[in-house]
Design a protein around this ligand. Structure first.
Ligand code: HEM
Ligand code: HEM
Length: 183
């Protein structure tokens, strides 16, 4: 019989924080790319691609884990609209963390740019034609998605802090177990 769960599994916690750190890394890498020039600048984009594809694989793994280990319910006291908003944000995170790398991958493929995963092996390209024009359109999509993803992250962090400091419940504690549990 499945035991009732009131905390995220260690796997869920590790994947949450690893992917969150990698998403921040992605933005830092793009900033580093924009602030530099020449081979080093291109290297930042190469690392960005490798990290992005790693996020794709990790998110697919996380989704599989999440389906096998459904989310723990939010506090009963929470209004329905807030539960829906939280869940919608989470679903959209999964959508973006899969769609963004796919679009970036498709753009590199359309442009015929090879992807060397951390310089270790050649990542296969997708069968996407269209050359630079298609790649440009896909990159526009990638950029718009990046802005939406960052908006979601801000919304998500405001939500997490609201739970901790306004509602004073244990929602933040269950994602950061080392902060003290409230009675
Ligand atoms: C890029 C950054 C982040 C991403 C992509 C992200 C993504 C997610 C996702 C997808 C979930 C749902 C977990 C599931 O049920 O599958 C979640 C839960 C959660 N996240 Fe984040 N997160 C990020 C950063 C943060 C930060 C910085 C905080 C803390 C300030 C945080 C606090 C939480 C909390 C407290 C939950 C649990 C909500 C609940 O129990 O329903 N997250 N996050
Ligand atoms: C979740 C994963 C990813 C995130 C969060 C992300 C985020 C970003 C962001 C914020 C930008 C800057 C957009 C702008 O304002 O111009 C960008 C640009 C870019 N991304 Fe990603 N990305 C991800 C995955 C990927 C992947 C997998 C690839 C390719 C395989 C890729 C290729 C690119 C390229 C080529 C650029 C343009 C760099 C330039 O300015 O020349 N991204 N990405």
């Amino acid at each position: 019989m499945a035991e009732p769960r009131n905390r995220y599994s260690t796997v869920s916690l590790i994947l949450h924080w690893l992917i969150a750190a990698l998403v921040v890394t992605q933005v830092v890498l793009i900033a580093a790319h924009e602030w530099t020039e020449g081979p080093i600048s291109r290297e930042f984009v190469n690392i960005h691609k490798s990290v992005g594809l790693s996020i794709l694989v990790l998110t697919l793994g996380r989704l599989g884990w999440r389906i096998a280990n459904p989310a723990i319910p939010l506090p009963d006291a929470l209004p329905r609209w807030q539960k829906l908003l939280a869940r919608a944000t989470h679903v959209l995170f999964y959508v973006f963390l899969i769609a963004m790398p796919l679009v970036g991958w498709a753009a590199s493929s359309a442009a015929g740019r090879e992807i060397l995963w951390f310089g270790l092996f050649q990542w296969p390209l997708l069968p996407v034609g269209g050359g630079r024009e298609t790649a440009g359109a896909l990159m526009d999509l990638h950029e718009t998605a990046a802005k939406l993803l960052i908006t979601l992250v801000v919304l998500h962090i405001i939500g997490a802090l609201k739970h901790h400091f306004v509602d004073r419940d244990n929602v933040l504690h269950r994602m950061i177990p080392w902060i003290p549990r409230r009675p």
